[in-house]
Write a new protein. Structure first.
Length: 139
């Protein structure tokens, strides 16, 4: 398996985990902060979306000014749709570029970063909904 195929496979796997974390999440839980410095699921959506946009800009040789992302549709459904669209573009950009640098950046901005936030989201879901099946991220 070549590196771009492996990257795509891993991006698909962690993408399914993200989907499982957000599936069935109520709007109120989306907005709910888990406490301290931890992000709400809505804040996580915006953060992930901005990371995907930053990656796409980096692949084009552009700089991204962090903290500038504003969702066109700030509803939970709109933010989730935007995150999925930007993530798909970022993954395609990495795969289509296929360079070692693109794969390294994609690993950092998508694979590892997404997995980190999957863990946070799972912890929040288990706290907010004790009946939520945390193993659903592996289905």
């Amino acid at each position: 398996m070549d590196a771009t195929t492996l990257f795509q496979s891993q991006a698909d796997a962690v993408g399914k985990q993200l989907d499982a974390c957000f599936a069935g999440l109520s709007d109120s839980t989306m907005a709910e902060s888990p406490g301290g410095e931890r992000m709400s699921p809505s804040t996580t959506l915006a953060h992930l979306t901005e990371a995907y946009i930053a990656l796409q800009k980096g692949l084009r040789g552009e700089e991204h000014e962090w903290g500038t992302f504003q969702s066109a549709d700030p509803s939970p459904a709109g933010m989730l749709a935007s995150m999925k669209e930007e993530r798909a573009r970022a993954v395609a950009g990495v795969v289509n570029t296929g360079s070692e640098k693109a794969l390294q950046d994609g690993t950092a901005y998508i694979l590892l970063h997404d997995a980190y936030h999957v863990g946070q989201l799972c912890a929040h879901r288990m706290q907010a909904d004790p009946d939520w099946d945390a193993y659903s991220i592996y289905s």
